[in-house]
Design a protein around this ligand. Structure first.
Ligand code: IPE
Ligand code: IPE
Ligand code: MG
Length: 247
C-alpha cells in the first residue's frame, strides 16, 4: 500500500509546523552557492503545500526566516528577500489552484518595503480561500511573539480594555500572532538539527516533534507522509496515564 494511503484521515494533524533547515548544507554538498540551496528549497515548499492541501491539513506554518537570520551575511539576507518576493509572486497560481489562504507572522515591518507590500497584497487576494491556511513565519521568533503580545496586553490593561486579573491562557493565545490558529499537533525539523531555534515557543507546548536528517531541498511528499505516519503511531497523553487516554 502506498504511504499516502496508510494515513488515517480521522487522525490527521489539523496544524503542521515545519522548521525548513539544511538549504546551505545541501548547496555545499552539491558544490553550489548557499542561495541555490534556498532556491531548491522553494520546490519542497510547493510539494509540501500541495501534499498538505490534498490530505486535508487545515493549517501549515513554515519557518522561513528567523529574527536571528537577520545576522547572516548581507548578501545572503538580500538574496533571501529577493527569493521570497519572486516566490510569492510566482506561487499565486498554486495558492488559487489549491484554494490556499496566505498568512504571515513575524516582525514584518523589518522586511524591505516592496516585500511587505507584496505580502500584504497576496494575503488580501487569497483571504477568501478556504482549504488550507499557509502561514509564513518571516522575521519571526517565539520570543519576539511573546514580547509583542505582552506589550499589547499591557497597553490594553493600562487603557482599561482588559483587567490583569482576567488574563487567562486563552487571552495570551489571542494576543499572539497565531491568534485563531490551533496549536500545531506536529512539528517537523529537517537537516538533523534537534532544536526549536526560537520558533513557536508557547504554541509548541504539547506538539509532537519529528526530526529527519534530510536536508530541506530533499524533502518530498513521501517524507511528509512518513512524518504524519510516525505521528499517528504515537500516544498523546497530555499528562494523563496511558490507561486514561486509551479507554
Ligand atoms: C534554512 O537553511 C533556511 C533559512 C534559515 C533561511 P539554512 O540556510 O539554515 O541551511 P544550513 O543550516 O546552513 O544548512
Ligand atoms: C532556523 O534555522 C530558522 C529557519 C529555518 C528559518 P537556522 O538554521 O537559522 O537555525 P540555527 O541557527 O541553526 O539554530
Ligand atoms: Mg540552518
Amino acid at each position: 500500500m502506498e504511504l499516502k494511503d496508510q494515513i488515517n484521515n480521522e487522525r490527521l494533524p489539523k496544524h503542521i509546523a515545519i522548521i525548513m533547515d539544511g538549504n546551505g548544507r545541501w548547496a555545499k554538498e552539491h558544490g553550489k552557492q548557499r542561495i541555490l540551496g534556498h532556491q531548491r528549497g522553494v520546490q519542497s515548499v510547493r510539494e509540501v503545500c500541495e501534499a498538505c492541501a490534498e490530505l486535508g491539513v487545515e493549517y501549515l506554518t513554515l519557518y522561513a526566516f528567523s529574527t536571528e537570520n537577520w545576522n547572516r551575511p548581507l548578501a545572503e539576507v538580500t538574496g533571501l528577500m529577493t527569493l521570497f518576493a519572486q516566490t510569492i509572486k510566482k506561487e499565486m497560481d498554486t495558492f488559487f489552484k489549491n484554494d490556499i489562504r496566505l498568512n504571515a507572522i513575524g516582525d514584518l515591518e523589518r522586511l524591505p518595503e516592496s516585500n511587505y507590500k507584496m505580502l500584504k497584497e497576496t494575503i488580501d487576494a487569497t483571504k477568501d480561500n478556504k482549504r488550507m491556511t499557509l502561514t509564513l513565519a518571516l522575521s519571526y521568533s517565539g520570543r519576539w511573539d511573546l514580547m509583542q503580545a505582552s506589550r499589547r496586553m499591557a497597553a490594553d490593561a493600562a487603557a482599561g480594555i482588559i483587567k490583569p486579573e482576567d488574563i487567562t491562557q486563552d487571552t495570551i493565545d489571542n494576543y499572539l500572532s497565531t491568534a485563531g490558529i490551533p496549536d500545531p499537533e506536529l512539528l517537523i525539523r529537517t537537516s538533523g538539527e534537534e532544536r526549536i531555534s526560537n520558533f513557536l515557543l508557547w504554541q509548541l507546548a504539547y506538539s509532537e516533534f519529528y526530526f529527519t536528517p534530510k536536508y530541506w531541498p530533499d524533502f518530498q511528499k513521501a517524507d511528509l507522509y512518513e512524518a504524519i505516519l510516525n505521528y499517528q503511531r504515537r500516544e498523546r497523553r497530555f499528562g494523563k496515564t496511558s490507561e486514561q487516554v486509551t479507554k
